[in-house]
Design a binder for this molecule. Structure first.
Ligand SMILES: [Zn+2]
Length: 449
């Protein structure tokens, strides 16, 4: 299914653009060369020889030295609507996504009230058609009101257009409930995205449990609170022949369990977040909740390395931001009392490019591939630059340096884990579902030919 078959976006004008002499990189489609990218009627019409793409009334962007990638897809975003629109809503959240180079996102259901009925899904889809800059898909909760006890009407929710199910924010602690949810997943399709945490093990914790939590005297969240739940759910999914997607892996043991489950044929996919790939619990020393308080918590260097290895070998097929907007009153408080979560849509690509690609830890191609890897686990077509594809393009300046937060944010919240950092790699233009969804203000797009 293409992006707009399963997701909703505000209708707009089809893009008609030529990206002249762009360095085009789409590892999945096997494209790595300089081309004129001709976008016509919302499609990639042609990858022409440099300088040869027919402008034919299109806007021409002199893109020499710039990179065109398949735009990114984020399967884990908190849009906070309904209930907490002072933190984010469909309009601001999708604007932030577009500014980050994303052509599609999936919104989590832990709103207030949670997205648990067909009417809830219908109302959100309506909002997306009125105000979303990039296509959005909505997940519904697995259990009614995220209470963890009674399943929602999963079949009906799928018919209403829920892309999948998740109680994200909370784990599904009851194995019997989880098993029944998996039986329904097999019946109605979609996917179940899991926030894996055993609350009996993590209770009262505010950071990773390890030498540093002991030193700082802060309650710890042990790695096993995540890995034991993933092991349980991988076993259940295998037993039921159902499909699961594990959210925000943070621990080395978790990566190993997903790897083993995949090798055994379990239908399991996994994501990692930029902050877990770039930072460790050392960051908590600053006691700044904006930078370092999230759930799951930042863990140790060995965990970070295991996540990177998981990205490399495909155990982790996608990067997901877990973009979690909060207002200052929830963050400007002592570490233990602060809300969990950081924003990430606007900085994901640049942070990973700066921290992992520039130092040579992973290559650019791998980053580009994993940034768009979140679509397929939800049966959504992966963004592609192959001619004939719907136009989903992120045009980036890999030499561009910028300071995060200096020009403000598209997001309504400012709890960026990168705030104040100077990053390299800037998104200039995002084309999403055939429409220009974002252009960097200081970047002139060129003139109509
Ligand atoms: Zn979560």
């Amino acid at each position: 299914m293409s992006l707009t078959d399963s997701l909703d976006v505000r209708p707009g004008e089809d893009a008609h653009l030529v990206l002249r002499r762009a360095s085009v990189l789409d590892p999945v489609a096997g494209i790595d060369a300089i081309h004129d990218v001709v976008i016509r009627d919302g499609e990639i019409a042609e990858l022409a020889a440099p300088g040869e793409g027919s402008a034919d009334g299109a806007e021409v962007v002199e893109a020499e030295g710039m990179h065109a990638f398949p735009a990114f897809f984020d399967p884990h975003v908190h849009l906070r609507t309904p209930g907490h629109e002072h933190k984010e809503d469909v309009e601001t959240g999708t604007r932030a996504a577009a500014a980050g180079g994303y052509c599609g996102i999936l919104a989590m259901a832990n709103t207030e009230p949670p997205v648990s009925t067909a009417a809830d899904v219908a109302a959100l889809r309506e909002q997306a058609r009125a105000s979303a800059s990039v296509p959005v898909g909505f997940l519904a909760t697995v259990t009614r009101g995220m209470q963890g006890t009674e399943l929602t009407e999963m079949v009906e929710l799928r018919e209403a257009g829920a892309v999948g199910f998740s109680d994200d924010g909370l784990p599904i602690t009851d194995a019997g409930v989880m098993r029944r949810a998996l039986q329904y997943q097999r019946l109605c399709g979609g996917n179940i995205a899991l926030h894996e945490e055993d609350p009996r093990l993590s209770m009262g914790g505010a950071m990773h449990e390890g030498p540093l939590s002991a030193l700082l005297g802060i309650g710890g969240i042990p790695s096993v609170s995540e890995s034991t739940m993933i092991a349980r759910d991988a076993a259940l999914a295998g037993y039921e022949g159902a499909r699961i997607h594990v959210q925000h892996l943070s621990a080395a043991e978790s990566v190993e369990i997903v790897r083993t489950a995949k090798a055994a044929g379990v239908r399991i996919s996994a994501e990692a977040s930029p902050h877990h790939l770039c930072l460790t619990d050392e960051e908590v020393r600053s006691l700044d909740p904006h930078r370092s308080k999230m759930n799951p918590p930042l863990r140790e260097e060995r965990d970070r390395e295991a996540l990177i290895e998981g990205l490399r070998d495909g155990t982790i097929e996608c990067i997901a931001t877990d973009h979690a907007p909060h207002q200052p009153e929830e963050k400007d408080v002592p570490f233990e009392q602060a809300a969990f979560g950081v924003t990430g849509l606007e900085t994901a690509f640049a942070a990973l490019y700066t921290d992992l690609v520039l130092p040579g830890v992973i290559d650019l191609g791998l980053l580009v591939e994993r940034m768009a890897g979140g679509a397929e686990p939800f049966d959504i077509e992966r963004p592609s630059l192959a001619p004939g594809s719907e136009a989903n393009v992120a045009l980036c300046d890999l030499g561009g340096e910028w300071t995060v937060g200096e020009d403000g944010y598209e997001s309504r919240s400012a709890n960026s884990w990168c705030a104040g950092r100077t990053l390299t790699g800037r998104v200039l233009v995002t084309v999403a579902a055939g429409q220009v969804a974002f252009r960097l203000r200081s970047f002139s797009l060129g003139v109509a030919a």
